[in-house]
Structures are given as structure tokens and as C-alpha cells.
Design a protein around this ligand. Structure first.
Ligand SMILES: [Zn+2]
Length: 168
């Protein structure tokens, strides 16, 4: 693994793992790994909403996952942690909050709180590849304006990732 201290806002590539700049990852959806949630960059302090847009198996145990990242207001993660604090303790650097609450009212309130944060996200700025956790290793990252978004987009090709051979 190559250790390069790179901010989130730098192009990376292309299939070479680099140390993630993200020091907090909150997974609000999970399917063998996070599918959407919040990220914080330790270098520039920017916060993002991330969402998985594609995935491909590279082996029976490992996926390469493609995520799009859009900025959310700085402080959103702290607000989320505060809102969740009566129910669950924040876990660093990776937190998969259990979406289970004492009452339906509490759950609905928290869901609306999350919707409120997500509704403030800006346009997608980055497309990022990682094996599972965005806070672990980044395989490739490109700013969206450098990508040809004409349909159909093959994110694996766009990010310079070698197409995985799926055995079976
Ligand atoms: Zn950054």
C-alpha cells in the first residue's frame, strides 16, 4: 500500500490503493458494506453525502464499489451525532448506526433529521472507488467534471479500473 497524504479533493488513481483521507464514515445503509451515508475529510474538514452507484465482485469475498460524493454543510455530522446521542453513542472512525429506536416517533424524527441533511447536499462532485470502506482505502477518485457522463457510463472504465474477471 502506498501512503500518500492526499486530501479528498485530489484526483487519485487508477486502481492503486491509497490511504483514505476520510476519518469518519457513517453508514446509513448497509449491504455487505456501506451503501450510503456521511463522510468527513480529515485534511480539508469537508463533509460529504456518499451513495453507491455501482459494484462489481472481484473475488468471492471482495467487491469493488463505486460511490458518488456530494458536499453537505460542514457540521452536519456533528449535528447528526448530537441528534442520535440520546439513542446511541457515536463510534469512530466507522459507525453503522442501528436504526432501532424506543418509539416509532423517535425513528420518524431521526429519519426526517437525516432527510433534512441530505436535502442540503450539493451536486455530485466526485466519483470514488473503494473495496468496502471509504475510510479505509481509496482505489481511484476523479472529479465529476473530468468524467464523460454520456450514457451509458461504465464507471470501472471511467476510473481506470481494470475490469474484474468474475470467475464461475
Ligand atoms: Zn478533503
Amino acid at each position: 500500500m502506498i501512503h500518500i497524504n492526499q486530501c479528498c479533493c485530489q484526483e487519485r488513481g487508477m486502481g492503486t490503493p491509497t490511504t483514505s483521507p476520510f476519518d469518519q464514515e457513517i453508514a446509513l445503509g448497509f449491504y455487505d458494506g456501506p451503501t450510503h451515508g456521511f463522510l468527513h475529510c480529515r485534511d480539508c474538514q469537508q463533509e460529504f453525502y456518499f451513495a453507491m452507484i455501482d459494484s462489481r465482485a472481484v473475488s468471492s469475498e471482495e467487491d469493488t464499489r463505486i460511490f458518488e460524493l456530494a458536499s453537505i454543510p460542514i457540521g452536519s455530522i456533528a449535528r447528526f451525532e448530537t441528534a442520535m446521542s440520546p439513542f446511541q453513542q457515536t463510534i469512530h472512525p466507522v459507525w453503522v448506526p442501528l436504526w432501532s429506536f424506543p418509539t416509532d416517533q423517535d425513528r420518524d424524527w431521526m429519519s426526517q433529521f437525516v432527510d433534512g441533511i441530505v436535502s442540503q447536499k450539493g451536486p455530485v462532485e466526485w466519483v470514488v472507488a473503494s473495496s468496502t470502506w471509504l475510510s479505509d482505502e481509496i482505489l481511484a477518485a476523479r472529479p465529476i467534471e473530468n468524467l464523460d457522463r454520456q450514457e451509458p457510463v461504465d464507471w470501472f472504465t471511467s476510473l481506470g479500473l481494470i475490469p474484474a474477471s468474475i470467475e464461475d
